[in-house]
Design a protein. Sequence first.
Length: 209
Amino acid sequence: MARVSQEHLDARRRQILDGAARLFARNGFHATSMQDVLKEVDLSAGAVYRYFSGKDELIAAIVKEVLGEIRAAFADVARQSPPPPPDLLVGLVLGRTLRVWSSLNVDGEALFPRLMLQVWAETVRNKELAAVLTDVYTELRERWVLAVEAYQEAGMMRSDIPAEHAARTMIAAVQGFIAQQALFGAAPVEVLQDGLRALMSMPDEQSAA
């Protein structure tokens, strides 16, 4: 029997993950069955179950991959000292993540934002996924805190506001932008960047007095 190459195995796994992600983004985790996945990827049950034992394992693999890409994108950008200004930093991280998942679309509609909404909702009921999400969020928050502290040391951001508060707000801005796209339609990353620049340009009360 001919030995299957690792490249073939990786390509088949990628095919299954991409097909499942499209279904999950369109229909949600609970409305998608393994039979739906088999039909979407046009593979036999044996071929799919060779890689994943069931839907929960598929969901977990997709969640870990999405979060891993976000983690990697931020790590690459944050190596600069000080990091790029907040609006550029957010744009670089979110832009890279969206580009990596740009193939996840139906009729030109990007499905990544909808997939992220499904992920966030699923973690409410799935303790294992919630633990994964919490670990990644904690790590990302710590890195954002370091970035804010670098801004403060460089005089780019007010130092009288706790760094963690600013970090949480920056993360919330990204999450909210993704949620808006999922609910109300696509918008370029530049919209978020422009909004951050506008907010950053507002004088504080003491300066305005």
